[in-house]
Ligand binder design. Structure first.
Ligand code: ARG
Length: 457
């Protein structure tokens, strides 16, 4: 490929070091698609840089190459420098001089910039589909658990009673934003096709960038050739979105790990998503959830890695940028693997409603409701708050819960207390009554589920 300028071949180790084929081979379909659009444009009447015969031959052969790689007839040569060189080399092997015409008015710099975008567009759609199926699992589980009463926490201290479905649905909303965040990033990326930026400065040929952009499904073209070949902000954006997604998955998994411990026993994970210990026969470990939590680190790391690679680069293309693909592909593979495990793990987990209820009975989590009871009878909230605090302290002394405290004891604190307080502070009432929009009641959970199903459809 370097024929002309060099007298010696590249040192073997340097050649391996320089090569990116092991990483970028996976973009072969996108590389070929980009080449087909480019050839088509060069041969169009408006441009006329390539003859009809050349273009027909090039396009037909590129399609053959794509099919041959798909079917395994053609193996990608791991000694090629990168996928762009491999495809062009193979085309030239098959078509001779005609193949050599394809690279007119093009550089690997704009080629790689377009390939990554096409690849990420396809892969991002797979990721959002997987997120949606995770949301689907969560929604179904939440539907099952809408009437399951559990303690809600702040500071990991029991705080207020909630529907367990409400807690689960919180994750569905986070994941919904992850879907739209990824879609936003893809739409931005898709608005600027860099093909035609060439090496860095555009070209002297009368190319039609709008044509290639439209053929490749972009909604516009980049307006600065230097920017077109040198920025990877779209990778950074997607990796940020993946990092946020992993942060959400990790928090969810952290709860799944806690909930499946003997200390909580709110859920039981299915045997098919847990492992045993090699020494402790009693163990059932939530390894899948732990791995998702653990892999979050590498997705954050990949983001930092690319940001660091880019931060000191002068414009335009620098070889440093070849490192972009390793990071983003690893992040892609990781989020897909995590989502593929998370969905069935959540779908198959069993929620132990007796245990969540029992946990809700302890910790005075209906204390706010008791204060609200007094407020509804006319007492200012701060006064009610203080009285209930004193009652809780007395209950702790007497080793009882609010529901067991006698009416005469209550009335010693305030004459506003009456028999109806007990039904007001029952866990069922406390949860049912939290029916403010977005609140923790079963009714609110069901409303959320309706909205989320609409989103999924
Ligand atoms: N393999 C290279 C990359 O991934 C392709 C672009 C090479 N361009 C160049 N001028 N050496 O970045």
């Amino acid at each position: 490929m370097w024929a002309g300028r060099f007298e010696k071949a590249l040192d073997k180790k340097a050649d391996d070091f320089n090569s990116s084929i092991r990483v970028d081979a996976r973009m072969y379909a996108q590389d070929i698609k980009g080449s087909i659009a480019h050839a088509y444009m060069l041969g169009s009447k408006e441009v006329g840089v390539l003859s009809d015969e050349d273009v027909c031959a090039i396009i037909a052969e590129l399609e053959n190459i794509s099919r041959d790689i798909d079917t395994g007839v053609l193996a990608i040569d791991q000694n090629a420098e990168d996928i762009h060189m491999f495809v062009e080399g193979e085309l030239t092997k098959r078509l001779g001089d005609t193949g050599k015409r394809l690279h007119t008015s093009r550089s690997r710099n704009d080629q790689v910039a377009v390939d990554i975008r096409l690849y990420l567009r396809d892969e991002a759609a797979k990721v959002t589909a997987l997120i949606k199926s995770a949301i689907f699992s969560i929604v179904n589980k939440a539907e099952e658990c809408a009437d399951v009463i559990a303690p809600g926490y702040t500071h990991l201290q029991r705080a207020q009673p909630i529907s367990f479905g409400h807690q689960l649905m919180a994750y569905a909303w986070m994941l919904k934003r992850d879907v739209t965040r990824i879609e936003d990033a893809v739409a931005r990326m898709n608005g600027e096709c860099p093909l035609g930026s060439c090496a860095l400065a555009g070209t002297t040929y009368p190319i039609r960038r709008d044509m290639t952009a439209a053929k490749l499904g972009f909604t516009g073209v980049s307006q600065n050739s230097i920017d077109g070949v040198s920025d990877r902000d779209f990778c950074v954006e997607l990796m940020s979105a993946f990092s946020i997604l992993m942060m959400h998955l990790s928090r969810f998994c952290e709860e799944i790990i806690l909930w499946s411990s003997w200390e909580f026993k709110f859920i039981e994970l299915d045997d098919s998503y847990t492992t045993g210990s090699s020494i402790m026969p009693q163990k059932k470990n939530p390894d899948m959830a732990e791995l998702i939590r653990g892999k979050t680190g590498r997705v954050y790391g990949n983001l930092m890695s690319l940001l660091t690679t880019l931060k000191g680069l002068p414009l335009a293309y620098n070889k440093d940028m070849q490192e972009d693909k390793e990071s983003i592909f690893d992040s892609l593979d990781t989020v897909k693997a995590c989502l593929e495990i998370l969905s069935p793990m959540v779908a198959s987990m069993k929620v132990n409603a007796e245990n969540t209820y029992r946990a809700a009975q302890k910790g005075f989590i209906n204390a706010t409701d008791l204060a609200d009871y007094l407020v509804k009878k006319g007492m200012p909230f701060r006064s009610a708050y203080k009285i209930v605090g004193q009652i809780v302290a007395d209950c702790i002394k007497k080793n009882c819960v609010l529901d067991e405290y006698s009416l005469s004891d209550y009335q010693a604190f305030s004459p506003l207390f009456a028999e109806d307080l007990y039904s007001e502070i029952s866990l069922e009432t406390c949860v049912q009554k939290r029916c403010s929009e977005g609140g923790a009641s079963p009714k609110s959970v069901r409303a959320q589920i309706v909205q989320m199903k609409e989103f999924l459809n």
